[in-house]
Design a protein around this ligand. Structure first.
Ligand code: SF4
Ligand code: SF4
Length: 209
């Protein structure tokens, strides 16, 4: 049956409006939703306890076994050592060859945490740092062995190296510097941990276990 041109005209208009409304349904819903914008970094981001951020690495317990690097699906963990390392069960600290490099390329990392589970000494963890940026791809490679020389387990975003920080950021920075995430035999002994971190960068004779 032939359609009337006028009827076709209004039908097309209706179809256009209807399909736009269908397409915009979700967008329109969010137009009237309560906003959740945070004034970062003045206000702390709401991270869940299970959040997988940039790693923190306890070099003093690492035995350089490469299991984390082998588990990494994108091959972004680089480990170099001068010889095998062994954990001393009484102190919970590893000794032997020197850790000459432990680095993660965050331009490739997908924060899957597959590197953490196979670690036999529980020394690589997903941390609570969500914020790191750089001007080059190379700057996204974090050299954890260099951080260990400064007594750090995790990188810090540039803005958090300033003296005056929002309260939440100052608290988080203090937690990193005091190793509050580490729950092992060195817990509470910040100076000893710092010493062991630096010792991991040099070869030493493993103690008998
Ligand atoms: S989180 Fe995943 S991608 Fe990143 S270093 Fe670990 S295993 Fe590799
Ligand atoms: S972080 Fe753990 S799994 Fe990776 S090399 Fe060190 S001890 Fe082995």
């Amino acid at each position: 049956m032939p359609q009337s041109p006028v009827r076709d005209y209004f039908h097309n208009i209706w179809q256009t409006v209807r399909t736009i409304l269908i397409g915009m349904r979700i967008s329109l819903k969010y137009c009237f939703a309560k906003t959740v914008t945070l004034q970062y970094p003045d206000v702390a981001p709401a991270l869940q306890p299970r959040y997988r951020g940039f790693h923190y690495f306890e070099i003093e317990k690492c035995i350089a076994c490469d299991l984390c690097a082998k588990a990494c699906p994108v091959d972004c963990i680089y480990i170099e050592k001068t010889g095998p390392r062994k954990i001393d069960k009484s102190s919970g600290v590893a000794a032997g060859g020197a850790m000459t490099r432990y680095a993660i390329d965050y331009a490739k990392c997908m924060f899957c945490a597959l590197c953490c589970d196979p670690c036999p000494t529980d020394c690589i963890h997903m941390g609570n740092l969500h914020d790191m940026s750089g001007y080059t791809r190379e700057s996204m490679i974090v050299e954890f062995t260099e951080l260990a020389k400064e007594g750090l387990q995790t990188p810090q975003p540039l803005w958090m190296t300033k003296d005056h920080l929002p309260e939440w950021a100052a608290t988080r920075k203090r937690e990193w510097i005091d190793f509050e995430h580490s729950n092992d035999k060195l817990s509470g002994d910040r100076d000893r941990r710092r010493l062991e971190m630096v010792k991991a960068l040099e070869p030493s004779a493993p103690k008998k276990t």
